[in-house]
Structures are given as structure tokens and as C-alpha cells.
Design a protein around this ligand. Structure first.
Ligand SMILES: Cc1cc2nc3c(=O)[nH]c(=O)nc-3n(C[C@H](O)[C@H](O)[C@H](O)COP(=O)(O)O)c2cc1C
Length: 301
């Protein structure tokens, strides 16, 4: 890891060329959105390539990149992790999803977080079948502070996890609303693992504050990456020099699109000019969607 900043997974929103652009603009690692372990475990080789293709896993240049699995069956998770590890630098186990469809299948955050012993066995099985680091992403409660985050984190450590990401919100908050960074601090104080803090880092100053207030080792940035696509560069500058230049939204977007056009020209096979025009437009659409998510105007059911 060349710095302390990670681009969070945002399923369906981050093509490889966009993720790689963020790497060029200061993210030390990127994350591919969640993949259902059952589908990976059951797929034949062609289907597997299809599943990964749909999820747009990933180019060599993007590494280190984390690929995320979700599931409620330990055997399936282990098999799936074994099969996808060659596409990843890290396997991340998602215990943080608030999406109703996954909750209905028994492996949304609310089922998994209630069962720290299950999380320990799941991590242990996946660690045993993979040769790359295994991390876990959790939330800090369901309706409120109603799960034992410290026990969960300690179980992950016991089972051999390489790091834990703490999204400092409750499941009912989805992706917006006030974060509870104290829970990140609590986890950090009770495990020896690297802790990745996540939740409402909207500026370089927020990232600095999270590192200072919680003692976490890395900061994961989600929605804000679309709103200020230079947030990684600015945060690195702030952490390295103590200062960070103010950049207008327009300047930030121009800089991002300039970098993106260089990356996309290399990675995307489609006609570069029309592709770029379309995908810059698409980026702006996703950006305003993320602004609405941050304001609590849309939920993702
Ligand atoms: C549209 C969208 C899709 C997401 N998909 C995933 C996902 O597949 N896996 C995951 O762990 N987190 C996912 N997240 C959560 C983010 O990675 C992050 O934890 C969350 O947005 C909180 O960070 P933030 O406050 O910096 O936005 C998603 C978030 C959004 C808004």
C-alpha cells in the first residue's frame, strides 16, 4: 500500500477504467463490488468468466485490488474464494450489506453481524483455502449499537483475517447519515489488525480527522470519490505536507476527466471519442446520484 487511502466498493458504479483512474489520482487500493459466492461456487469455467466479466474484475495494472464476496454458506464461500483469488490481491468478505434482497437470502449484514461465531468460521475457512490476504467489512450495528463489534473484530483476527473495515454506520442508515467514528476507535483499541475506517469522509480534512480521532490505519472513501474526484490527491497532500490546495469542482472534474481519458484510451476497446463522451456524461450522472445518496434522498433497495 503506497498510502493510507482506499476507494470503497460501489457495485455497478465503478468500471475498471474508472477505478484505475482513481489509482492514478492517489488511491492506494480499489475494491470491486460484491459478488455472490453461491454463483461463483456453482459456475462452470465459462460462467465464472461471465460473472467476473459482469462485475468487471480487473486489470493487472490496477493491483492491489480487493474483490469482495458475500454468502451465508461457509463451504460455498471457501470454494468461491479459491476460484476467484487469481483475479484479486485481497479477498474481502462482506458482512455489511444493507440490501434487502441479500438480507432476505440470510446473508445481509443484519444476519451475519448477529453471529460472530459464524463470522469466525467463515473467515477461517476462507483463509485456509486462499493464498492471498482475507479482509472483512462490517458495520457497527443494525438498528443502533446492538451488535458486539469488538467480539466480531476479535473473531476475525483469531481466524486469520489480514484487516478489518469498519463502516461506522448502522444497517438501517444504509449509506448516509451521521457516522459513529467512536466505534472505529473501539475496534482499533481491541485488535492488533490493521483497521480501515469508513463512513462520511467527504473531504481531505475529514480523512485526516478520522485517522487522528480513531487511530485507524487506512481510510476508505465511498460516495465522496464521485463528488470530489481529487479527494485522494488532496488527502495525500494534506497528510504529507499539512496543507491542501483548494480546488473548485470544475477544476477537479477537468483533471479527473483528463486522467480518465488517458486510462480509457488504453483499457477500452470501443471507439475512444464517443466512448469517452458517453462515459464522462455517465460519470456526471452517477455523481449527482451520489450527491442524492449523501443527502438521504435515495435509498438502494
Ligand atoms: C451505490 C453504492 C454501491 C455500493 N456497493 C458496495 C458493495 O458492493 N460492497 C461494499 O462493501 N460496499 C458497497 N457500498 C458501500 C461503500 O463502499 C461505502 O462503505 C459507503 O458508501 C460508506 O462510505 P462513504 O460514507 O464514504 O460513502 C456501496 C455504496 C453505494 C453508494
Amino acid at each position: 500500500m503506497r498510502n493510507r487511502l482506499i476507494l470503497g466498493a460501489m457495485g455497478g458504479m465503478l468500471r475498471p477504467s474508472i477505478r484505475l483512474t482513481y489509482r492514478h489520482l492517489g488511491a492506494a487500493m480499489t475494491c470491486v463490488g460484491v459478488i455472490d459466492a453461491r454463483a461463483v461456487a456453482a459456475a462452470d469455467n465459462d460462467e465464472l468468466i461471465n460473472i467476473l466479466g459482469r462485475r468487471e474484475v480487473t486489470t493487472e495494472e490496477e493491483r492491489p485490488v480487493s474483490v469482495q464476496l458475500i454468502g451465508g454458506d461457509i463451504k460455498e464461500l471457501a470454494v468461491a474464494a479459491g476460484r476467484i483469488q487469481r483475479f484479486a490481491s485481497v479477498i474481502d468478505l462482506n458482512c455489511s450489506s444493507p440490501i434487502q434482497r441479500l438480507i432476505d437470502q440470510g446473508y445481509g449484514a443484519s444476519s451475519l453481524l448477529r453471529d460472530p461465531a459464524f463470522i469466525r468460521e467463515m473467515v477461517r475457512a476462507v483463509v485456509e483455502t486462499t493464498r492471498i490476504p482475507v479482509t472483512v467489512k462490517i458495520r457497527i450495528g443494525i438498528e443502533g449499537p446492538d451488535v458486539d463489534v469488538v467480539r466480531i473484530a476479535q473473531n476475525c483476527q483469531e481466524a486469520g483475517a489480514a484487516a478489518i473495515t469498519v463502516h461506522a454506520r448502522f444497517v438501517r442508515q444504509m449509506y448516509c447519515g451521521p457516522p459513529h467514528w467512536d466505534a472505529i476507535k473501539l475496534v482499533k483499541e481491541n485488535v492488533d489488525l490493521p483497521v480501515i475506517g469508513n463512513g462520511a469522509v467527504h473531504s481531505a480534512f475529514d480523512a485526516q480527522a478520522m485517522l487522528e480521532r480513531t487511530g485507524c490505519d487506512f481510510v476508505m472513501i465511498g460516495t465522496a470519490a464521485f463528488i470530489n474526484p481529487l479527494i485522494f490527491l488532496q488527502t495525500n497532500e494534506l497528510l504529507e505536507t499539512g496543507h491542501c490546495r483548494t480546488i473548485s469542482s470544475a477544476q477537479a472534474l477537468v483533471r479527473f476527466f483528463r486522467e480518465y481519458s488517458i486510462v480509457a484510451r488504453k483499457l477500452e476497446s470501443r471507439g475512444p471519442v464517443s466512448f469517452l463522451r458517453r462515459s464522462c456524461k455517465n460519470f456526471l450522472k452517477v455523481r449527482s446520484f451520489m450527491q442524492r445518496i449523501q443527502r438521504g434522498e435515495v435509498t438502494l433497495e
